[in-house]
Ligand binder design. Structure first.
Ligand code: ADP
Length: 629
């Protein structure tokens, strides 16, 4: 059993909750305002009814003046109508504003993911943090989901108490007549104070016991999270298309069953939470319920004694009893709202630890000059790089200048540093030593978004989204159909496109549309190439895909890429040496360093060079396809 430390001062607790509330307010102020107004309205309006009913009863039991009664009934009716109308309007407003709350929470998290240093995404700790936050949100609704709710409860309790107090003050100050005899002690100030203290004590005790019971969830958050993670992993494995084949082939469902039916599991009959529920959690909850019943009895007794002694009439009895119960509900609500905030604060702290992961990399502000002549000169100057947490250099003293409009091929064995080189060029990481320059200025100084605009990359493990083909190509919901079609045609996708009834509006995969199409690795690469074309950036980069294509299909893609690169600067990263033959320059990477560079014809005759070795090793594959260049 893991206990989570969650001691925290009230100050920090309010700071965390307040900061979280601000996050929502900044994104959707109307959501926050409408929900609070609704709370205030819902809480205060019942007192109008309580007050007016008391006056009507008093009138009935006392003066019985018809005109006064008529007036009171009329006021009661009109106010009831106004209250109902206001409630309906506020409810509607809050409902519509509230619709996207979970989406807002997702936005907060995903915005952070987008602006975070890429290197931080690599850290296993980051993934773990995010996954824990999501488990807390989806499992118990803890974290950001509880923020507005906590404030609603807090506000609602405070206003309930205020309203209740306003209608109960006279109970304590009204005096019983001196003729009351034995009941005259009710006039003694200690009587009122004693009763107030007793009622307050019970009122506080009940929710404290309840919170104590619920605090076990926060206390054992780690086990709770682990349980949820296991459940969401194993529980849904069977539905996951990517896993389905292996699941069936190796009967992995048996492993899942073992986890799902494990009686010792966190939420199962012999598990931690069942154990806690049978023990302290259950006892505290039961004691909390029992104690609140005492309250009602004592409050009734006090009001009835005073009424019997003649301090006030029948109408006031109903008013006091109703208001005291409400105010006491308010105090319970207040304690439970504070308890909720307290229990939730540990989860909020976790959320903010994640949201506060520093962003060091993307702080540059220099604008990238827009050049119609595409004359963007990029240079690697003595660049060395180690991945965070790694002792080995993935790149060593790389010096390179990209000639504008030329074709550069980067070749080398697996792990020689080719992909790392591209990642540095795209500033997914910054060099450990040396610098990369764009038109003579360190790329760190540029606004990152603008800098990225000059590159179009087909990454090694590029991904397409299960959305419309056009959305994939344009990376935008509103796409130019003609331009999309043209880019797909240039990328060699025409034939397949003509089979699609909806053309660029066809959904890829079946996740969101049952008529969506499945596509092969080669077709996916064509779509990815069309995407680079649509972006129309001055640098085109093609990293070899990990999913093996057959050499002919791949060579075809490379050659097409060469044609469509036109006057752009193009960089190819490839094992397929044959497909690099057309390049103006080939650089050979080995163990992170550039060990050879030159044209294919010059490199292939250097029998002692790495290029020659690679060429010989792979030659048998490419003899046929290389003829096409
Ligand atoms: P290539 O693209 O030539 O196959 P890479 O650039 O992917 O080579 O890898 C270069 C070296 O960096 C390899 O030794 C690889 O293991 C290491 N490497 C790649 N990615 C990471 C990473 N995220 N963290 C640590 N080391 C990495």
């Amino acid at each position: 059993m893991h206990k989570t430390k969650h001691s925290m001062s009230w100050r920090e607790l309010f700071k965390l909750n307040h900061r979280a509330l601000k996050l929502f307010y900044q994104r959707q102020p109307q959501m926050v305002i409408s929900r609070f107004l609704q709370v205030i309205w819902t809480v205060l309006t019942p007192y109008v009814g309580i007050f007016l009913s008391a006056r009507i009863i008093d009138e009935l039991a006392g003066g019985r003046d018809v005109q006064s009664l008529q007036m009171l009934v009329l006021i009661a009716l009109v106010s009831a109508a106004v209250i109902a109308l206001g409630s309906a309007l506020l409810h509607r407003w809050a409902q519509t504003q509230n619709a996207g709350e979970s989406l807002k929470v997702e936005n907060i998290l995903s915005e952070k993911m987008m602006e975070m240093d890429y290197a931080a995404l690599d850290e296993p700790h980051t993934a773990e943090q995010l996954s824990t936050i999501r488990q807390n949100l989806n499992g118990g609704g803890w974290g950001l989901y509880r923020v507005i709710e906590s404030y609603e409860k807090l506000g609602s309790s405070l206003f309930t108490i205020l309203g209740g107090l306003a209608l109960t003050v006279t109970l304590f100050v009204s005096r019983v007549p001196d003729t009351a005899g034995t009941l005259a002690w009710l006039n003694h100030p200690f009587a009122a104070m004693g009763i107030i203290a007793f009622l307050l004590g019970i009122t506080l005790l009940a929710p404290m016991l309840q919170n104590r019971s619920e605090s076990y969830f926060a206390k054992y958050a780690d086990s709770h999270n682990l349980g949820n993670r296991l459940f969401s992993f194993f529980g849904f494995l069977g539905y996951n298309r990517e896993y389905a084949l292996d699941m069936r082939m190796y009967r992995q469902d048996r492993i899942c069953d073992q986890y799902n039916c494990n009686k010792e599991g966190t939420f199962f009959s012999n598990g931690l939470f069942a154990h806690l529920a049978r023990g302290p959690m259950g006892l505290y909850a039961a004691a909390g319920g029992a104690v609140s019943v005492l309250f009602t009895g004592v409050a009734y007794l006090f009001v009835c004694l005073k009424a019997m002694a003649g301090a006030f009439g029948l109408g006031s009895v109903t008013q006091y009893v109703a208001s005291i119960s409400k105010a006491s509900g308010g105090v319970s609500g207040l304690v439970s709202a504070l308890g909720l905030m307290r229990n939730n604060a540990a989860f909020l702290r976790l959320t903010f630890d994640f949201l506060d992961i520093p962003n060091h990399m993307y702080q540059g502000s220099l604008t990238v000059e827009k050049r119609n002549d595409r004359k963007y000169q990029v240079e690697f100057r003595n660049v060395s790089f180690r991945y965070p947490g790694s002792d080995n250099y993935a790149l060593r003293h790389v010096n390179m200048k990209f000639e504008i409009g030329r074709r550069l091929a980067v070749v080398g064995m697996n792990g020689s540093g080719k992909t790392t080189f591209i990642k540095l060029l795209c500033r997914l990481y910054d060099p450990t030593e040396g610098e990369i320059l764009l038109n003579g200025i360190d790329i760190r100084k540029y606004n990152y978004r603008e800098y990225m605009n000059i590159f179009s990359v087909v990454f090694q493990d590029f991904q397409l989204l299960a959305l419309r083909l056009g959305e994939n190509v344009a990376s935008c919901v509103h796409y130019d159909r003609e331009k999309v079609t043209d880019c797909l045609r240039k990328a060699g996708f025409s034939e397949r496109l003509s089979d699609m009834e909806l053309g660029p509006d066809t959904y890829l995969y079946k996740d969101y549309d049952e008529n969506g199409v499945d596509i092969s690795g080669g077709e996916a690469q064509k779509i990815a190439i069309a995407r680079t074309l649509y972006k129309d950036a001055p640098f085109l980069i093609l990293d070899e895909p990990t999913a093996a294509l057959d050499p002919i299909a791949e060579a075809e893609n490379y050659s097409r890429f060469d044609q469509i690169a036109g006057d752009k600067t193009a960089i190819y990263i490839s094992h397929r040496l044959s497909s690099c033959k057309f390049c103006d320059e080939i650089v050979v990477f080995h163990e992170g360093a550039v060990i050879q560079r030159g044209t294919h014809d010059a490199l292939v005759v250097d029998e002692r060079g790495k290029y020659y070795e690679l060429w010989q090793a792979k030659a048998q594959y490419y003899v046929e396809t290389s003829c096409s260049f």
